[in-house]
Write a protein that binds this ligand. Structure first.
Ligand code: M6R
Length: 394
């Protein structure tokens, strides 16, 4: 039960099931009917999309990363995800067959506006995914999708992130449908999304009491690596960002597969490592158990985030100093359940460190764009080479 005396950050975490339910209701009707129009594109126009280019900053960038897995898997077209701040630093390969999706909670991040403007200039159809439908980004895009996260803390994004990931997932279904894919299996495939609110609520309830020991373990150290594979990887990037900005704790989200190619050298009794090990599929690479053994042999304290139930790996559990077990979730919703303990951990660790978790640090306020004169968006104020060539550097 949330009360006014609890930090807003915590209350926003707990609000996520409700926000997801509202956002879902906007796009998924009875009988799993997808109500997602992308004007000016009609069905034929959507079917002609050959590539999706997603661009965003910070937490919104992590939401965009989640979309890549679903767009490639369901819509069977390439999805390229770029940090908006890198746009203008290389040749942007988009054209009229590209759907450029700019993701921004505020709709005011300068870099995201710039990146979307560049994609538009090159002929891409632009779509803004925003929480504020009247923001500069929403007004500048050809089409818009909205999250219904309500009022959000401007700094530490939680509910905006999960609802962005949901809308991007539904967008993957929308493109797939127009491309004539999932003909017989559409309802069956989209069904788990219909229960997204309950699934996330279940994860929050189950892990709430389990993050405190992890926060205590971390509080006696100064950094942590959080490792994952596949579609859980964006979640450890996002969890690490929350730990940095809310708990002011040095956390690195890292690919579990890449960790054994150098960073393993840092594993020591001073450096805890957390594994987001929901599935120990080898795919020809090393297993989590093998990695956990290597970490233990270097004396690194080990934290395990895993699913409870029959998939639970007793050997991995035995190797861990502490574990957070989540309810089993459908594979495409696992990223969202996986994030819940990391958000709660950022809150618990921040409080344990005596911080006001509602006053995170780390945003350059000049990075966001106010409405211009007469409410017109001031966009294309990039700082990259393209902007410089166009005389826009300032
Ligand atoms: O409003 P935007 O989504 O464009 O903001 C992008 C980032 O500045 C934002 O997500 C930032 O990373 C937050 N501090 C995350 O909690």
């Amino acid at each position: 039960m949330e009360t006014e005396s609890q930090p807003l950050f915590f209350r926003e975490i707990m609000e996520q099931p409700r926000v997801l339910a509202n956002t879902l209701a906007q796009y998924l009707g009875p009988g799993y009917c997808l109500k997602m129009n992308l004007p000016p594109l009609d069905d034929l126009g959507i079917a002609r999309i050959t590539k999706v280019y997603l661009t965003a900053c910070g937490t919104s960038f992590h939401a965009a990363l989640t979309a890549r897995y679903l767009i490639e898997e369901l819509a069977e077209i390439p999805a390229v995800v770029e940090q908006a701040s890198e746009s203008g630093q290389h040749q942007l390969l988009v054209d009229s067959g590209t759907l450029a999706v700019a993701v921004s909670q505020s709709g005011r991040s300068r870099e995201t506006l710039y990146a979307m403007g560049e994609a538009k200039r090159k002929g891409a159809m632009t779509l803004a995914l925003v929480n504020d439908a009247d923001s500069p980004l929403a007004r500048a895009a050809d089409g818009r999708l909205t999250t219904l996260a309500g009022r959000v803390t401007p700094h530490s994004s939680t509910k905006a992130f999960t609802s962005q990931a949901l809308v991007l997932g539904l967008l993957a279904f929308r493109i797939a449908k127009s491309r004539g894919l999932l003909k017989d299996s559409f309802k069956e495939e989209i069904q788990p999304f219909g229960r997204i609110a309950e699934t996330v609520r279940g994860a929050l309830v189950k892990c709430q009491g389990q993050v405190e020991p992890v926060a205590r373990l971390l509080s006696s150290h100064s950094r942590v690596f959080i490792l994952a594979k596949g579609n859980l990887l964006p979640m450890v990037y996002e969890g690490a960002l929350k730990l940095k900005e809310v708990a002011r704790f040095h956390a690195e989200g890292y690919s579990a597969g890449e960790f054994g190619h150098g960073p393993l050298a840092l594993a020591s009794p001073d450096t805890p490592v957390a594994l987001m090990a929901f599935s120990d599929s080898h795919n020809g690479h090393g297993s989590f158990t093998e990695l956990a053994r290597a970490l233990r042999s270097r004396g690194a304290p080990l934290v395990l985030f895993a699913e409870d139930g029959p998939r639970k790996d007793p050997e991995l559990l035995k190797l861990a100093d502490c574990a957070v077990l989540l309810p089993p979730a459908p594979p495409r919703l696992r990223p969202l359940t996986a994030l819940m303990p990391l958000q709660l951990l950022a809150c618990a660790l921040g409080q344990l460190r005596g911080l006001d978790v509602d006053r995170p640090g780390g945003l350059l306020s000049e990075g966001s764009v106010p409405d211009g004169p007469e409410g017109r968006p001031e966009i294309f104020l990039g700082t990259g080479p393209t902007a410089a060539r166009r005389g826009l550097e300032h």
